[in-house]
Design a protein around this ligand. Structure first.
Ligand SMILES: [Zn+2]
Ligand SMILES: [Zn+2]
Ligand SMILES: [Zn+2]
Length: 153
């Protein structure tokens, strides 16, 4: 079995574990996220990608909300457009990945390394606060935009 199928199975197992049904529409939406891991789709973008399968808007919204509630997707909002987007949660990572958002071109770069272990430990010790997850967005200028600025006369 190839890796993509093993991965899909993991997500389907999570849906089942939450006593939700596995429908063809749910599998199709899940596959869109699995095949476009670096994208952060809006509900409308998912709807457009599903036009061939006659899946209605209400079904798409309900599915996205369901996936969020069981921890398969996470809603993210980036400062450059303030639109709700959906992001696939990596089930093999303990915590959610970080985002770098370029203020110039709007590009979103994902960082899979947690990098926060020392900080988490400090928070748990000093504030007696058990960290379960975190959402971190860094705003700045990407390497391409930075490069083009330097090259300007
Ligand atoms: Zn992301
Ligand atoms: Zn962490
Ligand atoms: Zn940029």
């Amino acid at each position: 079995m190839d890796f993509a199928k093993i991965e899909l199975r993991q997500y389907l197992a999570k849906i089942k574990a939450n006593r939700a049904k596995i429908t063809p529409q749910r599998v199709e939406i899940l596959n869109i996220f699995l095949n476009n891991k670096n994208d952060h789709f809006t509900a409308e973008e998912i709807l457009v990608k599903l036009t061939s399968s006659k899946t209605g808007q209400a079904t798409v919204y309900r599915t996205l909300e369901l996936f969020c509630s069981i921890g398969i997707l996470k809603k993210v909002i980036f400062k450059n457009d303030e639109i709700s987007r959906y992001d696939l949660v990596d089930l093999n990572n303990r915590h959610f990945h970080h985002h770098l958002v370029c203020s110039n071109c709007g590009k979103v770069i994902e960082i899979q390394d947690d990098l926060l272990e020392i900080l988490e430990e400090k928070i748990e010790k000093e504030y007696q606060f058990k960290v379960s997850n975190h959402e971190l967005i860094f705003n700045g200028i990407c390497s391409e935009c930075k490069g083009s600025d330097i090259n300007e006369p």
